[in-house]
Design a binder for this molecule. Sequence first.
Ligand code: NAP
Length: 381
Amino acid sequence: MSLPSYQKAAVIEGTELVIKKNAFIPSFEKNEVLVKVIAASVNPTDWKHIDYGSGKTQGSVSGCDYAGIIVSMGEEVEAKGDLNLGDHVYGVVHGSSLERRNNGAFAEFVAASPLVLIKAAKPLKTIAKGQENIPSGPVETFEGASTLGVALTTIAITFSYYFKFDFSKKPLEDDFLLIWGGSSSVGQIALQFAKIYGIKVIVVASAKNHHHLKSLGADHLVDYHDADAVEQIKALGKNHIKFGFDTISLPQTNQKVHSAVSENATTNSLLPFNPKDLEDYRSDVDITVTLAYLAWGKNTKVPFPWMETDENGAAVSNPGFPEACKTFFKVASKALNEGSVKHIPITVLPKGLNSLNEAFDLLRHDKISSGKLTVRIEDSA
Ligand SMILES: NC(=O)c1ccc[n+]([C@@H]2O[C@H](COP(=O)([O-])OP(=O)(O)OC[C@H]3O[C@@H](n4cnc5c(N)ncnc54)[C@H](OP(=O)(O)O)[C@@H]3O)[C@@H](O)[C@H]2O)c1
């Protein structure tokens, strides 16, 4: 395929995305592939990079979750031989980046790292036009595949680095994992991998989503609207809740997860917070925080405060993060290609990239429960 010089891309301008027809195609490194994007999905981080970006993300291409077809490869990738031109792949890129402004998933092309990419074992299809709402199911379409990159990368760091889940061994029989926010994008995928690992899981979500979460393997379900949710969790966990994953990470959920876990537990949040703000701070609990953008092992600038930054103000990574991704993505590739882990329910928006500002508003106002908003690039007029 001969590559064009310019592409259509959704670029941050002011407080919204503007579709540019003459954005540059991202250049790619020797250890990356260039992917023609077929579908891309929306994450809370996309709108947060506009609203909390203090203007720093202006001009960046938005979007992190993509699925598409490899159209070119860096020399290191080619030499390794694991990937080929024409492969159908899905994963994550650092959209709305301050350092690589041309590279976002809401575009015709992304430069993607094989570290956080899944190669579909069978060719992916596209969902028939007019079919907007797709239930949770095995990953057989580009739309379904495009919902997974951010969640997989986040879970790789949380499970394989911070929780030290070793998927080649069985967990301790009595141990529990608490997932607060089980119906979120990260929560639903985390639940399925927790069950592959074999740990018992207490899941917190609205009652309306309990049936679906039970079908994904939840051992116990608690509704976060119940005033005594923390007491219910403690009673179910019998002082064996060794891990607490807060996939919502609001001040009130940080507090509740910290209160609910058992002695000497490890908790993980997806947004930084000050432990001093916790009402019942316990020094026996190991509080950890994941930032998926650090998966590549490089310090990375983000437009909001991060816990540890280097002399250039970049969030500090750790060589353990790419290692965790390598290990976890092997497990993930097998599970997703076998169909034992399913994508979450999807709504395909009608106008491709032109639907994104509307999608951001739905997420900003918590209008999406247990689902992912997805666009197809070809639907963008
Ligand atoms: N640091 C990182 O690397 C990283 C990575 C991914 C995500 N994140 C952050 O993690 C958060 C979740 O992201 P996501 O994409 O997974 O979210 P999402 O899918 O947009 O989350 C929506 C879900 O949140 C649930 N929810 C809302 N308030 C809740 C509460 N108080 N307790 C329990 N569940 C609640 C809703 O559940 P019900 O409908 O059941 O009420 C809804 O299904 C966002 O803040 C995002 O920015 C960070």
